[in-house]
Design a protein around this ligand. Structure first.
Ligand code: MIC
Ligand code: SF4
Length: 649
């Protein structure tokens, strides 16, 4: 029987296991990349493993998130990352070079390869026909140390594309918003989305990358497009034609599910607050006032996106009531649009130009005013993520965003009376790699620099046989890692300092959480109760390390998001799933829960009896760990597990 693309790439990278949905597979990894907000931990963990050099063919350390330099903390992190990259054999992408996913697509992504990135939007590389997966820092560190990457084989869902996009008013962003509307933020959990069908050739590589990038919001493990003539054209244009190989699914390949999508029927769409799947047509919101517009991010800041925005702004003025912020995704794009005079068109219209970085997407500046409406070409609109708790953030295409900026209100770009130039893909991009420092041969005199805010990584004790702990917080469905561990300009500088960042755990939901947790830590620790899809969104492992630091022993939820579940395991926190959803309803914050015989149950059925000592009843919860995960949790996390294994070998 024929193979789909996922099966082909997995087969060519298989270290162990069986390519069968649900069973654990170990994969050999070609590329690993980190970004600064997750990377400091990843590189500290790599250092703690005591390995001399990275053992994957390519490692890249990017700086793109923590760019504001209000004091020494962020620049100290950058210096640490630069010196660690030099010491351990990674490329270093200097601050200013751009957002990791965009730069990686331009400079390193290649068809048929597997990449891991310490960021949930790593699937951007799927636009280049690679398997690109977001992971926690510790997973990345162990793979850079030479281990295969293990995951439970996801199901493969095919998105069969037909027709052609109605350009220039409908864009790739509208395609992924339509998929989010249909599948929701839980629809991709446990799945890889493989794109196919005749509509694929209508999309160029950067448009495909927009779609695979925001596939992260579906909870999917990753998404992938074929490698075809358009992939070849793009690779040649960025000066890397030699990296091209053809990749497509066999005609008789099979899929767990197939969804058809006609590109020609897609309209301009917009996600309303506070979830990326809360999608409606722009038309249905016409007339809604807009106060801020932000264009950029790893989803929508390609050369094509910037060019269409410039053509809308050219000769016009941004509406009086609107603040327009633009951050081109990479230095390459910035340099190109500057050379062509497009930056001048943007500035002349009144755009506030930001550097090539994540910026307002992660609350690093650009926060909206109280209660205001911000429309962004970004990928996440979780409450509070913009830095303003009561702001209303919408997500739309760069084209819609630029039109709103001029009109001061939402209007379907087709009804706005604005002519947009059709984009022609360039056959040559400007290639200037001067902000990428390649790995050095002789690193004997490199000293890794650590500023005073960079603290050693915390390690948990081995798993105990009995947990008696209080329910510190009971939460609903789709809790994000932004809810658990907020980002933003005040919190991000503490990413290398776990005791300090732990004070912010759940701070947007419950300002007393960390002090209550510290108190509970003295009395056996705490437990968190979650609903469905607990831990969706960002890959930040700080959403597990900081709770671990606060003494959290277990999270009991209806279901978990993939990356966060792995992060909990990696830091020795038991992820338990209610056997009966009804048991979720009975628990209340403050209840004391007792779990006994943990060590024998974890090696046996993995169905734990949980006693609610406050209310006097018991229920069961399942850990569902595979063999490796079980051993990791028993040791207290991946770091002690890896150390013990390397001591043995
Ligand atoms: C995000 O978009 O939330 C981030 C910031 O890029 C994160 C990583 C992080 O928290 O550092 C992600 O998506 O993984
Ligand atoms: Fe950066 Fe935003 Fe992309 Fe995350 S989603 S990598 S913060 S631009």
């Amino acid at each position: 029987m024929g193979k789909n693309m996922v099966e082909k790439i997995f087969a060519s990278h298989l270290a162990y296991g069986e390519i069968k949905a649900g069973s654990p597979v170990g994969l050999k990894i070609d590329q690993v990349y980190t970004q600064d907000a997750t990377g400091t931990m990843a590189w500290l963990q790599f250092e703690a493993m005591g390995i001399e050099k990275v053992k994957v063919p390519l490692a890249v350390s990017y700086v793109d998130h923590n760019m504001l330099q209000q004091d020494y903390m962020n620049p100290d992190d950058h210096l640490f990352l630069q010196t660690a990259a030099a010491k351990y054999g990674a490329y270093f992408s200097r601050p200013g070079n751009g957002i990791c996913h965009q730069v990686h697509l331009e400079q390193f992504a290649a068809p048929g390869k597997i990449a891991l990135g310490t960021d949930s939007h790593t699937p951007t590389g799927g636009g280049m026909a690679m398997i690109a997966i977001g992971v926690g820092g510790l997973d990345a560190a162990t793979v850079m140390g030479g281990a295969p990457f293990e995951l439970n084989m996801p199901k493969v869902l095919k998105i069969h594309l037909l027709g052609r996009l109605k350009r220039p008013y409908v864009t790739a962003m509208d395609v992924i918003l339509e998929i989010l509307r249909r599948l929701t933020v839980k629809g991709g959990v446990g799945k890889i989305l493989e794109y196919g069908g005749p509509g694929v050739k209508d999309l160029n590589v950067t448009e495909r990358a927009t779609i695979t990038n925001m596939g992260a919001e579906l909870g999917a493990t990753t998404s992938i497009f074929p490698s075809d003539e358009r992939t070849k054209f793009y690779l040649e244009a960025v000066g890397r034609g030699a990296a091209w190989t053809e990749l497509s699914a066999d005609d008789d390949a099979s899929y767990a599910e197939v969804i058809k999508l006609n590109l020609g029927k897609i309209e301009p769409l917009i996600a309303q607050p506070h979830s990326p799947d809360n999608v409606v047509t722009v038309k249905s919101l016409a007339g809604t006032k807009v106060n801020q517009v932000c264009i950029g991010s790893c989803t929508n800041s390609s050369y094509q996106a910037m060019k269409s925005v410039a053509s809308i702004l050219k000769g016009n003025t941004v509406s009086e009531g609107v603040n327009l912020l633009i951050n081109p995704g990479a230095k390459q794009v910035y340099e190109m649009i500057a050379k062509e005079g497009l930056t001048a068109d943007m500035v002349a219209a009144g755009a506030r130009m930001l550097e090539s970085s994540c910026g307002p997407c992660i609350g690093m500046g650009g926060a909206p005013a109280s209660g205001q409406i911000s429309v962004r070409s970004y990928n996440r609109n979780f409450k509070g993520r913009s830095g303003t708790k009561d702001a209303f953030v919408y997500l739309a295409s760069p084209v819609s965003c630029a039109v709103f900026a001029l009109k001061g209100e939402m209007v379907d770009p087709r009804d706005a009376g604005i002519t947009i130039k059709k984009f022609r893909e360039p056959s040559r991009y400007l290639v200037n790699r001067n902000f990428l420092i390649p790995p050095q041969q002789d690193t004997s005199d490199v000293k890794v620099m650590k500023g005073p805010n960079i603290k050693d990584v915390s390690v948990k004790d081995a798993l105990k046989d009995r947990i008696e702990a209080a329910v510190l917080l009971k939460l609903g469905d789709n809790i994000t890692t932004d809810d658990i561990m907020p980002a933003g300009s005040k919190v991000l500088p503490f990413r290398s300092n776990i005791p300090a960042i732990a004070n912010f755990v759940f701070s947007n939901l419950d300002s007393t959480f960390s002090s209550r947790a510290m108190e509970a830590k003295q009395k056996g620790g705490g437990i968190i109760i979650g609903g469905e899809n607990y831990g969706q969104g960002s890959s930040r492992e700080h959403a597990a390390i900081a709770p671990m630091h606060l003494g959290i022993q277990a999270v009991i939820a209806k279901s978990f998001a993939r990356i966060h579940r792995s992060n909990l395991i990696n830091f020795g926190i038991l992820p338990l799933q209610f056997e009966q959803a009804a048991d979720y309803d009975k628990i209340e914050q403050g209840d004391r829960l007792v779990i006994e015989n943990i060590l024998s149950v974890i090696d046996g059925t993995q169905v734990f009896g949980v006693e609610n000592a406050t209310k006097g009843y018991s229920f069961s919860a399942r850990s569902g760990l595979n063999e490796r995960e079980r051993e990791i949790v028993k040791k207290g996390g991946l770091l002690p597990y890896t150390r013990e294994r390397s001591a043995r070998s």
